[in-house]
Write a protein that binds this ligand. Structure first.
Ligand code: NPQ
Ligand code: MG
Length: 370
């Protein structure tokens, strides 16, 4: 096949409530989408960058630029294009994994729609639904937190993740434990601590958390290993795991005993499957992270989360966790704490063109080399 057209879309999705993490508060989700055509068949990709380089070095405008100037033209120049070829064609470009992931996702969607195969089947999914956890932002107060967590538990979410930062860590966890008892509970620091905080973080040990996610900076593998030796709470890495090699290194160093897999962060769904394979071979459990995706990215995440090594509930929440109106025709819903893995060809979801138009801020055609 050949990539015959590409469009970049900037959309601004209002969030149902502000989402606060250790790196800031977001009121809207500004998403970069990519629509390609492979011999006329459309495919959708979602880039998980944020507007600012505060979660990863990538950001929306940089991703749009690198896609427009380098990545899309390179892939458009490939004569017999298949999804596994995308990574090879893009390999000479350093970094920009989230942008590369969006392009590979769009090609996968188009290619699998032509083949009549679902992404889940293509990746090797073994489940038709996945248990769903929810990520709870930093709240203005403990009573507000208990209210929000109670709401998610009432909805059926099977695991709660609390965002933490210095000054919002021990007490919120204690309060949730006291109110809701022995629920599956974990925390995510998004790199907000240093190794000097080890004794403080060890105070979380008494709460029997499933894990603590990314307490230290992205590059601090050795320091995560030191920290892990001082905690009973298992250490999970997110930001640090940018490739299968990084996962293997982290595991060998003892920097983590659990891995959060996000396809964008590692350069695509095929690379994410390789991270899954590395972890499975090492006996390290993995779970599917989330980047506050639209229904498109959410659909692909459900397929990934249905692989056999995903033995912990992910941040694979329903569409209404973040959005009042998703941009797909059948938004993801929670059923008995689970979400159904799409079975249709490609991503298995359809864009709701009216909903998309209502949130589209900018739409441009990417010029292709002739
Ligand atoms: C994480 N995601 O695991 C990320 C961080 C993240 C679901 O916790 C807008 C506002 C978009 C905050 C995307 C979750 C975001 C955001 C991702 C936080 O570290
Ligand atoms: Mg995280």
């Amino acid at each position: 096949m050949k990539l015959t057209a590409a469009e970049l879309l900037q959309v601004r999705m209002p969030l149902v409530a502000p989402f606060e993490t250790s790196f800031g508060v977001q009121h809207d989700r500004d998403v970069l989408l990519l629509r390609v055509e492979l011999d006329g068949q459309a495919g959708w990709g979602e880039c998980v960058t944020l507007p600012d380089p505060v979660y990863s070095p990538e950001f929306n405008d940089a991703a749009a630029t690198v896609l427009r100037e380098f990545l899309v033209p390179a892939v458009a120049g490939a004569p017999s294009l298949t999804a596994p070829r995308v990574g090879a064609v893009l390999q000479r470009f350093k970094g920009h994994r989230m942008a590369k992931a969006a392009l590979e996702m769009a090609v996968l969607d188009a290619e699998l729609r032509v083949a009549g195969m679902s992404l889940a089947d293509y990746l090797g999914a073994v489940h038709d639904r996945v248990p769903s956890g929810v990520s709870v932002g930093i709240q203005p107060s403990i009573p507000a937190l208990l209210e929000v967590v109670g709401g998610y538990l009432d909805s059926g979410y099977v695991r709660i993740k609390l965002k933490i930062k210095p000054g919002w860590d021990i007490e919120p966890v204690r309060a949730v434990r006291e109110r809701f008892g022995d629920i599956p509970l974990q925390v995510d620091a998004n790199t907000a601590y240093t190794l000097a905080d080890a004794r403080h973080l060890a105070r979380l040990d008494e709460f029997g958390l499933l894990l603590i996610e990314q307490p230290l900076e992205d590059e601090d593998l050795t320091q995560h290993a030191d920290l892990a030796r001082q905690l009973r709470t298992p250490v999970c890495l997110d930001e640090s795991v940018t490739s299968p090699k990084a996962a293997a290194d982290a595991i060998r160093l003892g920097a983590c005993s659990v891995v959060n897999i996000k396809a964008g962060r590692v350069g695509g769904y095929l690379e994410a499957r390789r991270v899954h394979d590395v972890c499975a071979a090492a006996g390290v459990p993995v779970w599917c992270g989330g980047m506050v995706e639209t229904g498109l990215g959410r659909a692909a995440n459900m397929a990934l989360a249905a692989l056999p090594g995903f033995t912990l509930p992910g941040d694979t929440s329903a569409s209404d966790r973040f959005y009042r109106r998703d941009i797909i025709t059948e938004p993801f819903v929670l059923d008995d704490g689970h979400i159904a893995v799409p079975t249709g060809p490609g991503l298995g979801v359809e864009v709701d063109e009216d909903a998309l138009a209502a949130v589209t801020v900018h739409r441009e055609t990417v010029p292709l080399p002739r």
